[in-house]
Design a protein around this ligand. Structure first.
Ligand code: GLC
Length: 537
């Protein structure tokens, strides 16, 4: 495919949750050949790259973030040759492929962990993980760390020692002080680069290195809470300085190939993030700020301005994310009263507080924001269809480990992972010719690709038009200047386009200029209604 360097700096990257995208063989789970059969949708959408959630051999205890073999494809998803065919077909269509690499932990089914737990304490194979004797008489975990999905971060082995898992017990943490672990990942990275993968999304990129003494931790166990602290914290397992050596090692490998990139999922303090983006470390890092930003012009303005300034200061490119496989989908977030704890709301409600129409309007307006900003924009599958969160999945189908580990107090992330509706009817709306692994609600058909494809007012049409216009009108100029159109209005200028978003409760006068694109489905007169964006030339 045509080579132009630094493609990641401006691209639209589409996130594919393989298990929920398209199923080719009728087992109700998405797979690589299903994805291959739907590449036309992505090409028509105009995306530059896809990022695939983990596709490696896995018991799927955490949606594939529990990897049993980093060089094999999970049989539910296909084979290595299916993956190679996918990469080639994407490249033929001008679409680059980013794979997800999970270095912080393996699956407990990984051969290394099986070796570790069947070897005696002190054996070299145990040193690949973080395994320690307990406290006191050995029956207390080595320290007070809590796992991200709930419960202690340590599980006791039959021989009496404990192993560390910052996530699920089926995801033991690797010991990154062990050179064999480092060398293994070097090799895994080369394995995928040699197969033509264009980039890596590094999972939990702030987690690998632990404090050598494994001290107790004061509150602050959650990575995202680090972002809310005034100063960076010396945390025993998040964002430790030793991570940068690993970053450099990986970067050197990528630099030995042409045009490859890596993007960090790093939940660190904003002051620490630039360190991950130094010239010999990551090319890019996710910026999750918009996920946490309420529908408010002043808040959007400050998040956007800060991210653009921070990126410019270090010569990096910004990234924009409204939704992904870990958070409540944004049409639902934007339909809830400001201040709602969206994760808690899934279970606890009140569910009649949801204004789905407002959420949908705002999601349309938000698309014209993220697709007009400098840097790269990540689009989570189904976002282009306006899929909201399926918050009312039957409890007995929930698959996210969060549900069990929280003792049924937190529902987890299944509601944003419901399979894509391709057709208005038929079994699982064209996702599979059988029922899908998570059930789709009846109303999914109206949001299907078929139902939206030829409707000029659909979300899908809006995404297509915006991506095409972005490539045509905005690509060459990465600078952005904020404009002041009064309270409740977000406005900025990029290249020859002025973007105006009315995030207030009342209509505002329409600014001068020719409307290139509008998130409204009705014709606009001399007013810009609430929850509406326009691109003006
Ligand atoms: C990341 C992934 C999430 C996964 C976790 C553990 O945050 O995005 O889905 O559960 O890492 O690997």
């Amino acid at each position: 495919m045509e080579s132009h360097t630094e493609w990641w700096r401006t691209g639209v990257v589409y996130q594919v949750y393989v298990r929920s995208f398209a199923d080719s063989n009728g087992d109700g789970q998405g797979d690589i050949n299903g994805l291959r059969s739907r590449l036309g949708h992505l090409e028509a959408l105009g995306v530059d790259a896809i990022w695939l959630n983990p596709w490696y051999k896995s018991p799927l205890a955490d949606g594939g973030y529990d990897v049993a073999d980093y060089r094999e494809i999970e049989p539910v998803y296909g084979t290595l040759s299916d993956a190679e065919a996918l990469i080639a077909e994407c490249h033929d269509r001008g679409i680059r492929v980013i794979a997800d690499l999970v270095p912080n932990h393996t699956s407990s089914q990984h051969v290394w962990f099986q070796e570790a737990i069947t070897s005696p304490p002190g054996a070299p194979s145990r040193d690949r993980y973080v395994i320690r004797p307990g406290r006191g008489d050995g029956s207390e975990p080595p320290n007070n760390w809590i796992a991200m999905f709930g419960g202690p971060a340590w599980t006791r082995l039959d021989d009496g020692e404990w192993y560390l898992h910052l996530f699920d017990p089926s995801q033991p943490d690797l010991n990154w002080d062990n050179e064999e672990v480092r060398a293994e990942f070097d090799d895994v990275i080369r394995f995928w680069m040699d197969r033509g993968i264009d980039g890596l999304r590094i999972d939990v990129a702030h987690g690998m290195v632990k404090h050598p003494e494994l001290p107790d931790v004061d509150p602050l166990p959650l990575p995202w809470s680090l972002q809310g602290t005034p100063e960076p914290v010396d945390h025993p397992f998040w964002g430790r300085a030793g991570i940068h050596d690993i970053n450099r090692r990986w970067r050197a490998i990528l630099d030995s190939y042409d045009d490859r990139m890596m993007v960090a999922e790093a939940w660190v303090h904003p002051q620490q993030l630039p360190l991950y983006l130094r010239a010999d470390e990551y090319h890019q890092s996710f910026n999750f700020d918009l996920i946490e930003t309420p529908w408010d012009a002043a808040e959007f303005r400050s998040v956007i301005a800060e991210a653009c300034e921070a990126a410019a200061a270090i010569g990096a490119s910004s990234t924009w994310v409204l939704s992904n496989h870990d958070v409540v989908r944004h049409p639902t977030r934007y339909g809830l009263p400001a201040g709602t704890d969206t994760r808690g709301w899934l279970l606890d409600g009140p569910h009649d507080a949801l204004d789905a129409d407002a959420g949908h309007r705002r999601a349309r307006a938000a698309a014209l924001i993220t697709l007009s900003l400098p840097g790269s924009t990540y689009v989570y599958q189904g976002e282009e269809l306006g899929l909201p969160e399926v918050w009312d999945l039957p409890l007995d189908v929930l698959d996210d480990p969060t549900w069990e580990k929280s003792q049924h107090t937190v529902k987890g992330r299944d509601g944003c992972r419901v399979p894509i509706p391709w057709t208005a009817d038929g079994p699982s709306h064209g996702f599979s010719h059988e029922a899908s692994w998570l059930p789709q609600p009846e109303w999914f058909g109206a949001l299907s690709v078929d139902a939206q494809r030829d409707d000029p007012d659909s979300m899908l049409s809006l995404y297509r038009q915006a991506i095409a216009a972005r490539n045509h009108l905005l690509a060459d100029d990465q600078a952005l200047a904020m404009l002041d159109f009064g309270p409740g209005v977000l406005a900025y200028e990029r290249a020859d386009i002025t973007v105006v978003v009315n995030m207030g409760a009342r209509a505002v006068p329409m600014p001068p200029g020719e409307v290139v694109l509008s998130s409204a489905t009705e014709m606009l007169g001399d007013e810009l209604p609430p929850d509406t964006s326009v691109w003006l030339a």
